[in-house]
Design a protein around this ligand. Sequence first.
Ligand SMILES: Nc1ncnc2c1ncn2[C@@H]1O[C@H](COP(=O)(O)OP(=O)(O)OP(=O)(O)O)[C@@H](O)[C@H]1O
Ligand SMILES: [Mg+2]
Length: 318
Amino acid sequence: MDTDKNQIDVVVIGELNVDIILDGIESFPVIGKEILAKRMSVTLGSSSAIFANNLSSLGPKVSFIGKVGEDNFAQVVLSILESRNVDTSRIIRSSSLSTGATIVLNYNQDRANITYPGAMHDLHLEDVDFDYLSRAGHMHFSSCFLQPGIRSDLVVLFRHTKELGLTTSFDAQWDPEEKWDLPLEELLPFVDLFLPNMKEFKFLTHSNTVEEGINKLKSYSNKIVIKNGIDGSLAWDGKEIIRQPAFINDRVVDCVGAGDSFNAGFIKDFIDNKPIKKCLETGALAGAVNTTMAGGITAFQNIETIRKIALERFNYTL
Ligand SMILES: Nc1ncnc2c1ncn2[C@@H]1O[C@H](COP(=O)(O)OP(=O)(O)OP(=O)(O)O)[C@@H](O)[C@H]1O
Ligand SMILES: [Mg+2]
């Protein structure tokens, strides 16, 4: 059955994979030897999926366009998203591709990741149903450097989405090749919210400071929101820079997905037409809530549990 426009608040277009997290390993892996881990969890990975999951738990109606295989990892991805009420009906299942996976080795306070991108490599512009997209209010796209199949069509994707009347957001995320080659001047006019972290912003704009980067972009970009871990976040609203400190968490479990949770909190308020200062505050709160439990989605079960964490840990009424 067709859903009407008001029933989809946000369509997320992006990458889907699982995280296989190994904790309590005895030493760092050594070639030719075998070591043991004390714990393992298999959960939802990938920036776009964590964002969709957490935004849906915060309340908005969220739908996902992406690609997985027809394998067990696809079942993990789909069943978790469905359990959080994300509409997965537009996720393409390919019999010839494998769902991607990241093996996360947590060792001491640090971690090493190995990712097999899998089906996310093969998401293309032709996989996006623009009739369907036209029924949503907002489109979010993340992790362009991990998705070569659609990366070269980003300007077309965002331009067409704007022509359909949606608002848009874009989180480029890290470039594993560290080339930082994006057509910002063509792309950003169609991006309402550009959401990099501080390092990504400086590399993408070839700048040493926020002010230098904003000066380079401001003649053709809309709102720019920059995340900076425990140093907080800031937004350029077209006129001035607005700063938001991070909420203090004295018992951080890990920071996996904090940026995606920040995006979810920010965009929840943005699509509600809240002022940018309030969007930043809710983003920072969501980022902090993320750090109270392991992984990117554990703290985001549903709105009641998120409110409870916000109140008990950060004395904040959501
Ligand atoms: N340790 C922390 N304590 C409290 N808040 C945090 C912490 N880490 C992150 N946050 C909040 O979450 C926001 C986003 O985090 P961060 O700057 O790490 O994003 P990111 O680098 O894009 O992360 P990701 O690796 O998930 O993409 C921060 O601006 C801050 O408000
Ligand atoms: Mg990020």
